[in-house]
Design a protein around this ligand. Structure first.
Ligand code: NAP
Length: 245
């Protein structure tokens, strides 16, 4: 187990790509995953050109077979996984006008499939490898918008942002963090939900003007993954510390 191995889902752009880069620059061997081969290859090429230890793998987080193939491949090559960053996510409810059409057929299902079933599916496939690491870590990329407390707080900066499918998908992901942390309490594996802030990415039209860069967001994710603080286990944390559920 000489190398620390990291898997980042949805690492082809945005926060995932920046997170893969941050881990690789910190000396981890990063497995860049994505559902489009050309996009994965492009990131791998770019990071290898910097001399970083990266590998590319195809992964559609919504596919059970795809997650199993990834687990087999990592198992054969490395035998363990130190950090799993469940980053891949979508927000199809957000539109250019900022309005929400809850009646849009399929948006709710599609969002929960990617943002909630996706991480659960990947965890199910990769957990046996994470358990083989010295101190495995699972980081679920969530959002303050998924906090039920913040959703009901008129003082919250996100109070007016109503995207029910996205918020439900991340609230459920947070619940998965809590449950998994409890199930793994007698193991060295820690599970944390992390909000990277409001980040300028292609996730939604409004994100174009967001105040946080993907690189800054990646630092928050990396810090959470490396935190030795036992309080981060089963917790929901952001740049300024714990976030109310
Ligand atoms: N941006 C923000 O302000 C913000 C705030 C809080 C939390 N987050 C969370 O951060 C995460 C990353 O978001 P982002 O802002 O970086 O968005 P982004 O730029 O749109 O990137 C999303 C990534 O997820 C991938 N992806 C989507 N569906 C996938 C699937 N089924 N299988 C594998 N990969 C898939 C995309 O790949 P394709 O190119 O194949 O679609 C892309 O690489 C999400 O979970 C999001 O909810 C974002």
């Amino acid at each position: 187990m000489s190398e620390n191995i990291v898997v980042v889902t949805g690492a082809t752009r945005g926060i995932g790509r920046a997170t893969a880069t941050a881990f690789a620059r910190k000396g981890y061997r990063v497995i860049v995953t994505g559902r489009r081969a050309e996009a994965v290859d492009a990131v791998v090429r770019e990071l290898r050109a910097e001399g970083l230890a990266v590998e590319g793998e195809l992964l559609d987080v919504c596919s059970v077979d795809s997650a199993r193939c990834l687990a087999e491949s990592i198992g054969e090559r490395h035998g363990h996984l130190d950090v799993l960053v469940n980053n891949a996510g979508i927000l199809p409810e957000a539109t250019v006008s900022g309005s929400v059409n809850f009646a849009h057929p399929g948006a709710f299902t599609e969002t929960l499939m990617t943002n909630t079933f996706g991480p659960a599916n990947v965890i199910e496939a990769l957990l046996p490898l994470v358990r083989k690491a010295r101190s495995g870590r699972i980081v679920n990329i969530s959002t303050e918008m998924g906090s039920l407390t913040e959703q009901r707080n008129p003082e919250s900066q996100y109070y007016s942002m109503v995207v029910p499918g996205y918020q439900a998908s991340k609230a459920a992901l947070n619940s998965l963090t809590v449950g998994l942390a409890k199930l793994l309490a007698d193991t060295p594996v820690r599970v944390t939900s992390v909000c990277p802030g409001f980040v300028a990415t292609e996730l939604a039209p409004a994100a174009a003007d967001a105040p946080t860069t993907a690189d800054d967001a990646a630092r928050i994710v990396l810090e959470a993954a490396e935190s030795p603080d036992p309080c981060t286990d089963g917790a929901f944390i952001g740049a300024s510390g714990p976030i109310p559920w």
